[in-house]
Design a protein around this ligand. Structure first.
Ligand SMILES: Nc1ncnc2c1ncn2[C@@H]1O[C@H](COP(=O)(O)OP(=O)(O)OP(=O)(O)O)[C@@H](O)[C@H]1O
Ligand SMILES: [Mg+2]
Length: 253
């Protein structure tokens, strides 16, 4: 049984078919990577999944529930979170306050039944657990805007997982990172898989092949091929797309 099923997704920008009948599935506990050259339609697809963009055709099912027509915040409630690449971080607020706000926002009805004192202590321990999880507990009192880039991305991940998603969307989590920060993000993402499935978009192929269980390759808005990470790595067409000329890529698609 798949946790997440995208079927026949279509998105047009005027005459451009940015997403051309894309289907893929994510199994529970798996990291599914979407790869493909610039302009292949990866971000468009993630925006269709998160609900930032409305699809022209297709359906999305998460854990048995049809989320095709839900607004982004309703999809979060249904179990789908995405990282927003630092824009969701309040830069003037401390790491701790950012996390407390996120935990509070997702505490929902259960919070209301607790006495005020217990509720606050519970939120605080949840926020601290999140900080611990992404390795930012020592930065708790620091204004988020003063963190180095890699640590801000970790905070962004912590804010996304505060919603306790079933599926987490990560659009280029390693972007702009040096080798040390990238390696730390790989470790973090691998740990997250224990609790949630992940849809990963990433240009860093080393990171993709370290992390992904399955990979779908997008080219010109279409799925060129989809399979286990090892199969994709060995696929001659995929190597052409990444190593060959534009013309080769067109032919392969
Ligand atoms: N809002 C938009 N309006 C018009 N065209 C768009 C829009 N967003 C994306 N496109 C086009 O759709 C195609 C797919 O773009 P998209 O950003 O999804 O690709 P991508 O695979 O994420 O690329 P990259 O690797 O560079 O991030 C491109 O041709 C792009 O120019
Ligand atoms: Mg993109």
């Amino acid at each position: 049984m798949s946790l997440f099923v995208a079927k026949g997704m279509v998105k047009r920008f005027g005459a451009l078919l940015a997403t051309d009948h894309v289907s893929f599935e994510v199994a529970p506990g798996q990291i599914h990577a979407l790869i493909g050259p610039n302009g292949a339609g990866k971000s468009t697809l993630v925006n269709l999944v998160s609900g930032l963009l409305a699809a022209d055709e297709g359906s999305l099912v998460l854990d048995g529930a049809d989320i095709t027509h839900l607004a982004p915040h309703q999809r979060v409630r249904a179990g789908l979170s995405r990282c927003f690449q630092v824009t969701s971080v309040f830069r003037d607020q401390t790491v701790g306050d950012n996390l407390l706000l996120a935990v509070q926002a997702h505490a929902g009805s259960s919070f209301r039944f607790l006495a005020r004192r217990d509720g606050e202590a519970d939120l605080r321990s949840q926020a601290q657990a999140l900080a611990q999880r992404v390795g930012l507990l020592t930065e708790w009192a620091r204004p988020a805007g003063t963190l180095p880039h890699g640590a801000q991305r970790k905070l962004d991940v912590a804010l996304a997982i505060a919603a306790r998603p079933k599926l987490l969307l990560l659009d280029e989590p390693m972007a702009g990172m040096g080798p040390v920060e990238s390696a730390e993000m790989v470790t973090l993402v691998r740990q997250l898989r224990e609790d949630m499935a992940i849809l990963l978009i990433e240009h860093d192929m080393d990171a993709v092949f370290q992390l992904a269980d399955r990979i779908s390759v997008l080219v010109y808005g279409r799925v060129l091929t989809s399979g286990a990470a090892a199969e994709i790595k060995a696929d001659a067409r995929v190597q052409e797309v990444y190593l060959g000329s534009e013309a080769d890529a067109m032919e392969a698609a």
